[in-house]
Design a protein around this ligand. Structure first.
Ligand code: AMP
Length: 482
């Protein structure tokens, strides 16, 4: 869509325009061009916007503009009550949203703060008590602060529910209701959601007043600037295929999704052995470790970051060129969220999914949701002697071709990786592993503290270290099926 309006034409204040120029923004994205005038008018908003569309600035910029009359350089906490509350589902998203708010508010005398769980609440309280106009929070931690009386919400005039569909998926509805009951009735409400489920419509009917509806992409559609591709492959061949894809890729940053944190850790270790600078980001790591892994990824020290849906949600990495679904999500909406990590703000991106025969039914659901058939190729990853030997010893479930129609039943359960609850609770521990795979659970590596990768290694590794034999991949043959 051609979008020629400028930020200045949106009547934003000079302080905000200056910060935008410094952030390198030249033109508003479509969601910004639509949302900013409506928010400035004072309307409630129900916005359907995928991640990567620039939705954070779409609500933050008019929010700052509306709070500008309250800007104050006074040191008195009383002069800095919470006037805007931004609720988000995850700590990563909370951190990123607040970082954006801070960047846009750089030249305004307005304070912002982020609070989220998983860190000592006492470290947040003093900052809250000094007074902040804009508070970004995850619902659970905000309720903790409310109980501790470290925050007052009786002056909130603007409420933003970001990634509202995620908040519902994660079971935050009761928390949201408790928080919303504490806010002044007179306020402006902005709700952002990537998908428009019936629950979201119900939530919007409950909390919004005559909302204006805006949508920048068809709801539940995946971004058009993302090239999507599926490789049909047996679960046991996925690592070999992934290693091959990474070697053949020029992408400097690749985000890989797995269904469980155990698979994420295991895969990171396997790829490190292959000579790829990979790391895992998941709920078993502390917030500090997760931020370190993310920083290493952003700086290019780590080129492949592997995460689960929960860990990777909200990650904002500029120009991420490639996302790979090592396992596709069981909830089709999660696919839209995952691939939305690439192709941000109009840039092009590639989303590759490795789909085992057992996952094909989930693929069909995804295609139904995005109303688009994804190009598929059958990957035939040849066996090396080591793998054949393992298979003969029974350590792998099948030596059959990846999509052989009569695969034995146990072939359908990747060892220890299946999660029958689907990705809505992706951080849950996986079910007990079959005996043949148990040795992974005893791998001491999983007990070691996390150490971020030290050196910058490009994804493309034509020459793997001599000490690490390439036992998995000889070559990759691809047969086009559609
Ligand atoms: P979001 O959808 O809010 O997560 O934003 C996705 C990315 O787009 C972030 O890296 C923003 O910094 C960037 N972005 C947002 N608005 C603009 C804009 N108008 N011009 C260029 N980049 C933008």
């Amino acid at each position: 869509m051609l979008n020629t309006i400028s930020f200045a034409e949106l009547n934003l204040a000079p302080e905000i325009l200056k910060a935008l120029t410094e952030s390198g923004y030249t033109t508003p994205t479509p969601i910004q061009a639509q949302a900013i005038p409506l928010v400035l008018e004072g309307c409630d908003l129900m916005a359907g916007a995928q991640t990567g569309t620039g939705k954070t600035a779409a609500f933050s910029l008019p929010l700052l503009q509306k709070l500008l009359p309250h800007a104050s350089s006074s040191t008195s906490p009383a002069r800095h009550p919470v006037r805007a509350l931004i609720l988000v589902p995850t700590r990563e998203l909370a951190i990123q949203v607040e970082a954006s708010v801070k960047a846009y508010a750089k030249h305004c005398k307005l304070r912002s703060l982020v609070v989220f769980g998983g860190v000592d609440i006492k470290t947040q309280t003093p900052h809250l008590k000094t007074g902040v106009e804009i508070l970004v929070a995850t619902p659970g931690r905000l309720l903790d602060h409310i109980e501790m009386k470290s925050v007052q919400l009786n002056q909130v005039q603007m409420l933003v529910l970001d990634e509202a569909d995620r908040m519902l998926d994660m079971g935050f509805m009761p928390d949201l209701k408790r928080i919303l009951a504490l806010l002044p009735k007179q306020r402006q409400n902005l709700m952002f959601s990537a998908t428009f489920s019936n629950e979201i419509k119900k939530l919007s009917a409950e909390f919004l007043t005559n909302p204006k509806l805006i949508e920048v992409a068809r709801s539940n559609a995946s971004a058009e600037n993302i090239t999507q591709k599926v490789y049909l492959v047996a679960q046991e061949d996925k690592h070999a295929l992934l290693a091959q894809l990474l070697r053949g890729s020029d992408a400097t940053q690749v985000l890989v999704f797995t269904k469980t944190k155990l698979t994420a850790s295991h895969l990171a270790k396997q790829l490190q052995k292959d000579g790829v600078a990979a790391d895992a980001i998941h709920g078993d790591k502390t917030q500090l470790e997760r931020m370190q892994a993310l920083d290493a990824f952003k700086q290019g020290k780590v080129t492949v970051l592997i995460g689960t849906d929960v860990a990777a949600r909200g990650l904002d990495i500029d120009s991420l060129p490639m996302v790979i679904n090592y396992e596709i999500p069981h909830a089709a909406e999660d696919y839209v969220h995952r691939i939305g990590r690439t192709g941000r703000a109009g840039a092009s991106g590639t989303a590759i999914s490795l789909v085992s025969p057992e996952e094909e039914r989930y693929l069909a659901e995804i295609e139904k949701l995005i109303k688009h058939e994804i190009q598929k190729e059958t990957a035939n990853v040849p066996r090396t002697a080591a793998r054949t030997e393992r298979a003969l010893r029974g350590e792998h479930h099948s030596e059959r071709s990846s999509h052989a129609p009569k695969a034995p039943k146990e072939f359908s359960q990747p060892a220890g990786e299946a999660n029958s609850t689907g990705s809505r609770v992706p951080e849950k521990s996986p079910p007990p592993r079959p005996a043949a795979a148990k040795k992974h659970g005893h791998d001491a590596w999983f007990d070691k503290p996390y150490e971020p990768s030290a050196s910058a290694t490009p994804v493309k590794q034509p020459d793997a270290p001599a000490s690490k034999p390439k036992k998995e991949v000889a070559a990759l043959f691809v047969r086009r099926t559609s």
